[in-house]
Ligand binder design. Sequence first.
Ligand code: ZN
Length: 212
Amino acid sequence: MLRCFEDLASALAPQRCPGCGGRGDPLCPECLGALTPPPPAAPPAGIERWSAAYADTGAAREIIARVKYRNARAALPWIATATHAAAVVLGPSDVVTWVPTTARRRRARGFDHAELLARRVAQMAGHRAVATLDRLDDCAQTDRVGAVRRGGPRLSVRGPAGIAGWRILVVDDVATTGASLSSAAGALRVAGAREVVAATFARTPLRPAGPA
Ligand SMILES: [Zn+2]
């Protein structure tokens, strides 16, 4: 009930730009114009190709934080449109999937933002969205530091997924180290996926292209 009330309140309130606090739907023209393209970066292990809509800075970072931590889901369609546009350059896939958030966060937020985003992107692309992955750990990536975080979440492919031979698009909001995408790709490939590509709304410049 509270969530319904919050949804109603946020639907009736004027949209505030997450970048500057001015009026925006969801971003004001100035903050929209200030978004920067994602930094070039080699895809993480197991991911054939990847793309992102924006660099993970400024208003792009703030709008994701609002959806994740303040339940501002009104921005999701816009985020999905941008993510879908980024995914188009990767070519057609058989299905769209996502890295599930931890059970703890899902309980706390009442939704899995990655799933909501992936389902919307799939709808726009005319693909099926399939829950292919289960999370074996319950530790959010942002709760981790350094070396542990680079290891990525422990994932397994759902038994009846039947993904052999598929080209799979993994959708996520932000790629930071790419560890989550890499974990997903590893599990999906072991289960027979032909190719795994990834599209994210934002990307953090931690993996510069070129020699390591
Ligand atoms: Zn603004």
